[in-house]
Write a protein that binds this ligand. Structure first.
Ligand code: LLP
Length: 455
């Protein structure tokens, strides 16, 4: 086969790649066909249409359990316990909220909309952590009225808004302050958040964070229970978390010495990276959790602090690999001497990550999952711009018009960042388990597109 390939493509390496790190836990190849949760993906695509986002329920549950069990395994070093708080921004609908609930996790919502989804699914507001760097007065009032457990306050203006709302509601709201530890992690610049130049949280520069703690302790209507950090996302080298922990524990020790208060909670945020590329070997959940717990334990011992109650907020490391996006190939366009474009029936409207971050994924053809992936092609979408690429230089068996194409590792930040660009209805979401597939979010219709159009 001689489709044009980009000059720097390395088909041998790709052909040899073991995709297991990128596939959901229950994925299996039977008679050359890819099954997830016992469901034949190509047949599912035929039945439900494409683009389609498929989640392996067992995989999602397994990752949630892995976090909880990893903390349990460290319980000797965690006298005050720990919460695993799923970051809903990675992917959220009511079915996902119910899984989070059933697996005993807490839920991080990044605004009023995600809170509304959580409440609609019957999630206990006391286990909700509210995020956002500019929560509106309405969002704050809604969160307080719902009885959310914790609000993570980003700045002083917001502190005043939370105080006013809780005083008005006659309640005392538990809050954490989001602190920017000033630590750089190696990931895409758009998702680095813990460095000095960040729109998030209180900076340590000029003692801003230290003084904010003092202010929060004196603010009516709120109870300052702890501090929060989130250093970034898709972090593969987790060592900088240790530096960040030291910085945060320095602050906790200063707060104790100056204000006479030992803050009881430390939320370490999310960020653990996943294998988008078959060659990537991310830190396991168990190793990540143990590394964090050991780090906090040591840092507290060095400063004479009691180990606080911990929280982590994983999003991607729970949802990404559990999800597979299915598309239908509409056209294969070889450009002699350049590359071959494979156009599918979705694109940047359902997965903007390549266009936005230059992200990459592994793909395969679910009806020929055992064939060597010896063609290198660029999987592009159906939108009207050249940046509408889903996977640059993807390795696949020779694709043809009409093939179902699966993009792996698309469970996080694809559906949740989807748009209606070019009037494209957003895809359906299906959960698969034990040979059954159930639509949990239906495909958008043209009627849905017109519903808000009241002109
Ligand atoms: N906690 C906070 C406060 C966050 O801002 C985030 C992600 C998380 C937890 C979860 O981080 P994770 O475990 O998923 O890395 N759209 C980008 C990722 C943006 C991450 C935003 N914040 C992407 O597609 O890569």
């Amino acid at each position: 086969m001689s489709l044009p390939m980009p000059a720097d493509a390395a088909p041998d390496r790709l052909r040899a790649a073991d995709l297991s790190a990128c596939l959901p836990a229950t994925a299996e190849v039977v008679g050359g066909r890819l099954l997830v949760g016992g469901v034949d993906l190509a047949r599912l695509a035929e039945r439900e249409g494409t683009p389609l986002y498929v989640y392996d329920e067992a995989d999602l549950r397994g990752r949630m359990r892995a976090y909880r069990e990893s903390f349990s395994a460290c319980s000797d070093r965690l006298p005050a316990g720990a919460d695993v708080v799923y970051a809903g921004k990675a992917f959220l609908d009511k079915a996902m909220v119910r899984l989070v609930d059933e697996e005993g996790l807490c839920l991080d919502v990044s605004g009023g909309g995600e809170l509304a989804i959580a409440l609609a699914a019957g999630f206990d507001a006391a286990r909700v952590v509210v995020h956002g760097n500019n929560k509106t007065p309405v969002e704050i009032a809604e969160a307080i009225a719902a009885g959310v457990g914790r609000i993570v306050v980003d700045n002083l203006a917001e502190l005043a808004r939370v105080s006013a709302a809780s005083v008005k509601a006659g309640v005392t709201q538990d809050i954490l302050l989001r602190i920017t530890p000033g630590i750089h992690v190696d990931t895409n610049d758009y998702v680095v958040t813990g460095c000095e130049d960040s729109k998030f949280g209180f900076t340590l520069l000029d003692d801003v964070a230290f003084r904010a703690v003092g202010t929060a302790l004196d603010t009516p209507g709120v109870r300052l229970v702890g501090v929060h950090m989130h250093v970034g996302s898709q972090v593969l080298d987790v060592r900088p978390y240790r530096q960040a922990i030291d910085v945060m524990c320095d602050l906790l020790a200063r707060v104790r010495d100056a204000y006479g208060v030992e803050l009881a909670q430390f939320d370490l945020g999310g960020g653990l990276g996943v294998a988008y590329d078959a060659a990537e070997r991310p830190t396991s959940v168990a190793d990540f959790v143990a590394f964090l717990v050991d780090g906090v334990h040591e840092a507290c011992a060095e400063r004479g602090l009691a180990v606080p109650h911990l929280a982590v907020e994983p999003g991607r490391s729970i949802a990404a690999v559990a999800g597979v996006a299915l598309y239908r190939v509409g056209a294969v366009k070889p450009l002699p001497g350049i590359r071959t474009y494979v156009a599918v029936d979705g694109g940047m409207s359902d997965d903007i990550r390549c266009a936005l971050y230059g992200s990459t994924y592994e793909c395969l053809l679910p009806e020929r999952a055992d064939e060597p992936r010896d063609c290198v092609v660029t999987v592009c979408g159906k939108h009207c711009e050249s940046g509408d690429v889903i996977v640059r230089d993807a390795s696949l068996p020779e694709p043809h018009e009409g093939d179902v194409l699966a993009v792996l590792g698309t469970g996080a930040y694809c559906c949740s960042m989807a748009s209606n660009y070019n009037g494209q209805p957003r895809p359906a979401v299906v959960f698969v388990a034990d040979g059954e597939a159930r639509v949990v979010t239906r495909r958008e219709t043209y009627e849905d597109l017109l519903r808000r159009d009241v002109g």
